[in-house]
Design a protein around this ligand. Sequence first.
Ligand code: PMP
Length: 404
Amino acid sequence: MIDVESIRRDFPILGREVYGKPLVYLDNAATTQKPQCVIDSISDAYRNVNANVHRGIHFLSQEATDLMEAAREKVRQFINAGSTQEVVFTRGTTESINLLASSFAAAFLKEGDEVIISGMEHHSNIVPWQIQASRYGFVLKIIPVTDRGELDMEALGALLSAKTKLISITHVSNVLGTVNDISGIIAMAHSHGIPVAVDGAQSVPHIKVDVQALGADFYAFSGHKIYGPTGIGVLYGRRELLEKMPPYQGGGEMIRKVTFDGTTYNELPYKFEAGTPDYIGSIALAKALDYVDAIGMDAIADYEKSLCGYALERLESIPGMRIIGRSAHRSGVISFLVGNIHPSDMGTLLDRLGIAVRTGHHCAEPLMDRLGIPGTVRASFSFYNTRAEIETLAAGIERVSKMF
Ligand code: PMP
């Protein structure tokens, strides 16, 4: 059971007012707010243990290194990776997928090969593949999205062939809220010997993710969307594949031996972590994962499911309401349009009522084109949101609708 009032007290920003109104923060898919313990862990780390990691023999450097490696172990446990060598720290989902696309393509892709993504991907799981496709000459194939906002699994079956070298797909859509059948997709792909990479930016904060149980070959997520700081994220990759992939960036820490005749690379995961890492960010991310673990991912998923169901029902009662994305398997996000009101007008007027939602294409322009809409209004939820906030949102939408 979630004690939402007590949880809200852990997040100082939730007590803020905007335009003289209590903040109703419903933009959690863009970024989540931070509990005091995460905020404190950043200043504590700078105050007490700051020193560059891995390189120093002095006390503070070793302490900072130990904390960063403990954070890696925390991430390993959180997603149930087999080894900390499979947990690469990055700047976030975007960098994780860029690293993956760059290094996977260099190791495994050539002209005529195919990589499958879907029609509901965030730009960060489209553009890195396009960049590498133009370099290596492989072809991107797209799983179509149905009118309900689900992946067309039959079409996926038809896309698979001997040319397919990877499927890279989002776990949860940041626009439609659809939870894709990742296990089913992985089973289908693996039966053809094809690895699967998962964009977990919108899943890890909301549902328990076990990369080994899923069978994911790669899994990417961002710290800031799971109550951690900005600038830190994770790429999980199966060791066997990461071993075969060349480094993404060169520099300090990713090397074993450098000479002008050639360089050998460090072991995993350091091979992929060139330069001074955001060790403070890792430490604070681990604190955020401790925080959500203390609440419990199952309790979080249950609470958010019930909140989201309530919100769907309440919003559907509003005249002219059109919910974008009707999958029965959903999480965290509700996109909508009301009558002919432009999403940015709706968003701006809700903002004046203290309600923070996101409007626009949500970095998923191909999906907007598929749906034939310029954008949506998106409300996205966390375990710190309340039914009263849903009521405020619904009343706000009704008020804005009457103005048009
Ligand atoms: N994928 C999805 C599904 C997302 O929602 C986002 C963030 N909006 C990203 C990737 C990119 O995450 P980040 O900006 O933290 O790198």
